[in-house]
Ligand binder design. Structure first.
Ligand SMILES: [Zn+2]
Length: 212
């Protein structure tokens, strides 16, 4: 589609290794009192992030849109290494987009909803975050909740996350619902919802490519 463009995909945190051990800090998992998730009643955020990221990569590949997954198959690589990888390979391309995939936790189990983050200030990333917001609204608007910060006239929230500050290309970080909320966690296990989240990312990539 466009050889001058590459998508850098980052599945947040670590996944499950060959012996079935979840390789990520305790805050990135949650044991529900009911329901079945990645390991019995445990929801593993890093596993979910990888499921989504792998699906996005497969969809981009089908469209011949260059993409590189900068996270490890299951290890929790340092953020510096993920960003270094993206920045190094980005030199081969004129434009790029870094997408960091996460699911959220509030600690109380009460919060719900979808969020898109960009770095503070007005950059191209804000425009991409708006594309993504619109695509998720279109594909999932009636199925999920949305959390927004419209104080600066757009829907994305702004934060100094490392992957947003240190990437040389435009970057967004997506928090896909709250995995420590039972209703949101159930939605995250729904294959159609996962596919719609992935589809929305692909459409956002295409919207951005078409805007260049
Ligand atoms: Zn996360």
């Amino acid at each position: 589609m466009n050889d001058n463009f590459c998508v850098f995909l980052d599945a947040g945190h670590g996944g499950v290794d060959g012996e079935g051990n979840y390789t990520t800090a305790p805050g990135k998992q949650f044991q529900h009192s009911r329901g079945t998730f990645h390991n019995g009643s445990w929801f593993y955020e890093g596993v979910w992030n990888r499921t989504l990221t792998d699906l996005v990569a497969a969809k981009l590949k089908n469209l011949s849109i260059p993409n590189i997954i900068v996270s490890h198959e299951y290890l929790d690589f340092p953020l510096e290494y993920r960003v270094d990888k993206a920045n190094w390979y980005h030199r081969k391309y004129k434009k790029g987009l870094y997408i960091s995939n996460h699911a959220n936790a509030s600690g109380t189990g009460q919060a719900r909803g979808f969020e898109v983050y960009t770095s503070p200030g007005r950059t191209t990333s804000d425009r991409i975050a708006e594309y993504h917001w619109d695509n998720v609204k279109e594909l999932l608007g009636s199925r999920i909740r949305f959390r927004t910060d419209t104080s600066d006239n757009d829907h994305d929230r702004e934060a100094n996350f490392y992957v947003l500050r240190k990437t040389v290309m435009s970057a967004i970080l997506v928090e896909h619902l709250f995995f420590d909320n039972y209703e949101d966690a159930k939605l995250l296990m729904n294959e159609e919802i996962i596919d719609r989240f992935a589809e929305a990312q692909v459409r956002t990539v295409i919207d951005y490519i078409n805007s260049l």
